[in-house]
Design a protein around this ligand. Structure first.
Ligand code: TEU
Length: 589
């Protein structure tokens, strides 16, 4: 059917350039390193490569602070090197997608330098400037109570020279662009044209649902006793976001055969997210919602890093079941991702990273993600079952700005509250180990040589301790039973069974806290698949479980097509399904 566009059954692979592959022996990933792995990605079964930001940047937030949208961060390489990647990907029939970070720029971008130079500068209104307020004591304070994303700091930074505050929803080095200004919007569209004309196949758009702020910048609702509060209600899925994305589509995206995925955090319900990808609205092809990312977190939907060890499988299922079913009903299209550079590793979150459970857990996750509807996104390292960094790494190894800012803010808050100079932080550290972004940013593990074959020099971030124990690409590509080989099989299976991509999603036994089971049914080709996944945690190491197939499902002709356990291919369903810990099975009915 014509509604089966190329990006729908594609597998996207996200590269985090700093940590992917270093060919210059500088301890930092390079474009030549990426080029050397294009064939590798093709062998794995990847269709689309997405590069996290490689643009010119002071790297206050690992490149999500861009100082020149049309040139590259020198240590990565040149535009010519980048062109080689594009050519190599296209030669293999693969597509290349770039990160687009336009909610904010770097404070070192020439636009911002001009903007802050004087109130009369023509680019003043390309950013969001505001006068301060006076508090009861007559002191100058920010225009409202919004908290920036990292740590407990105000989202407004005072500018001494021009005596106004500017807005930054992230670091103060990441001032927000003023989308209300049509000149700014068109400068962004021109830049997008420039990249698309170079031949790229689309964009991943950073926090694109943050661009429209509630007019007048009112205070955010007060939810706790902190000074600054979650800006979500005032800046997420704001009043003009759809209007602007439609304009962007008209002016840019619709002129190319490209696809766009918007990163869209926020607590709103599915019907707030489905319009972004509903083709009648002509905006984006899909978005990354964040609901599953808060299943194992306490408090605050937006980016809470406080771990909840009592998270429930039914909660996890509810998120996916809702989005799978509702997106289809509401005419949207799902993206299906678990990991990225902002999240800890899935195996350590939702399965078990004990050495004996880890490979099976990795395969379970592969079966899960590969059998969900929507476009599949995998993150570097998922294919070899990378897990969180060892729990005994000292605090100093956590070098992400968010990790550092959160720890520092919390320490200060506890000092104020308790009056103690060294308040107890052990619960925070425990949470950090479980949820920090650092977990997903360790260098990629290519082989068992020093630094995991990532670099000849000491890497910018410590390599996981496990790389020589089989947790590397070289070892796993040779082993037909490895997570890598399993992922390769699953990606191929997804192409062989279009029901996995397009089928109707029918959840089964939704309250079951041990197994996750569902049907994928593509009536256009009479293909029905049953997926049964054992997520029972037991004491943390997993547990056996029994799945009773509901009577209304006809399993009389069921044949197993793949499993990460002992069950034989082609075997039937005879009564209940007995699953070993972390076992998953896919049957064709
Ligand atoms: O992330 C946006 C985002 O909301 C979160 O995932 C973020 O990581 C944060 O932890 C919330 O507490 C995007 C990028 O993916 C991230 O790397 C950047 O730091 C951020 O935007 C700013 O550009």
């Amino acid at each position: 059917p014509s509604d089966r566009a190329w990006w729908k059954d594609s597998t996207v692979y996200q590269i985090y350039p700093a940590s992917f592959c270093d060919h210059a022996a500088n301890g930092h990933g390079t474009l030549k390193g990426i080029l050397s792995k294009i064939t590798y990605l093709h062998t794995l079964g990847v269709d689309i490569v997405w590069l996290s930001p490689i643009y010119e940047s002071p790297q206050a937030d690992m490149g999500y602070d861009i100082s020149n949208y049309q040139d590259l961060h020198k240590p990565y390489g040149t535009l010519e090197d980048w062109d080689e990647i594009l050519k190599a990907a296209h030669a293999k029939g693969m597509k290349l997608v770039m990160d687009l970070v336009v909610n904010h720029s770097s404070d070192q971008h020439p636009w911002f330098k001009e903007s802050r130079s004087s109130k009369a500068n023509p680019k003043r209104n390309w950013y969001i400037w505001h006068d301060g307020k006076l508090n009861e004591k007559g002191e100058r304070v920010p225009p409202n109570n919004w908290k920036a994303c990292f740590g407990d700091v105000s989202a407004w930074e005072w500018d001494e020279a021009t005596q106004q505050y500017y807005l930054h929803l992230f670091l103060k080095e990441q001032p927000d662009l003023n989308w209300e200004n049509p000149e700014l919007r068109h400068a962004v569209y021109d830049m997008m044209h420039w990249w698309l004309k170079k031949g790229i196949d689309g964009f991943r758009m950073d926090v694109i649902n943050f661009i429209s702020k509630v007019p007048g910048f009112p205070d955010a609702p007060v939810q706790n006793d902190r000074l600054y509060q979650d800006f979500g209600a005032m800046s997420i899925n704001g009043p003009r976001v759809h209007e602007w994305l439609q304009e962007m589509n008209r002016e840019v995206l619709s002129k190319f055969d490209c696809f766009a995925v918007g990163e869209t955090p926020g607590p709103d319900a599915v019907d707030v997210f489905s319009p972004y990808s509903n083709p009648t609205n002509k905006e984006l092809q899909m978005v990354f919602h964040f609901h599953h990312q808060s299943v194992d977190r306490i408090g605050g939907q937006l980016g809470s890093r406080q771990y909840d060890p009592k998270w429930k499988l039914s909660g996890f299922k509810e998120v996916f079941n809702t989005f799978q079913v509702e997106m289809e009903k509401q005419g949207g299209w799902n993206s299906n991702y678990l990991e990225n550079h902002d999240q800890p590793r899935t195996i350590s979150r939702f399965c078990s990273d004990h050495p004996e459970d880890r490979a099976k857990s990795a395969k379970l996750i592969s079966m899960f993600q590969s059998s969900l509807g929507g476009t599949l996104f995998m993150y570097q390292g998922q294919e070899i079952g990378l897990c969180n960094v060892p729990r005994d790494w000292p605090e100093e190894e956590y070098i992400d700005v968010e990790s550092i800012a959160n720890l520092q803010s919390e320490r200060e808050y506890r000092r104020r509250k308790t009056g103690e100079q060294n308040p107890d932080m052990s619960d925070m550290l425990k949470s950090l180990r479980q949820t920090a972004r650092d977990n997903g940013r360790t260098p990629m593990q290519w082989d068992s040589s020093e630094y995991a074959g990532f670099s000849k020099a000491k890497p910018w971030m410590r390599v996981h301790d496990d790389y020589a124990d089989g947790w590397n690409v070289a070892a796993q590509m040779k082993d037909p039973n490895s997570p890598w080989s399993f992922w390769q099989k699953m990606l191929k299976l997804r192409k062989d069974f279009p029901a996995l991509v397009y089928g109707k999603f029918i959840p089964l036994d939704e309250k079951n806290e041990d197994t996750y089971a569902y049907i994928r049914d593509d009536s256009t080709i009479s293909q029905i698949l049953l997926i049964v996944l054992n997520f029972a945690r037991g004491d943390g190491r997993g547990a056996t479980s029994t799945f009773v197939v509901p009577k209304e499902v006809d399993v009389s002709n069921a044949k197993l097509i793949i499993s990460n356990g002992q069950a034989k291919q082609g075997s039937a369903i005879d009564g209940e399904i007995q699953l070993s810990p972390w076992e998953g099975r896919i049957y064709v009915l």
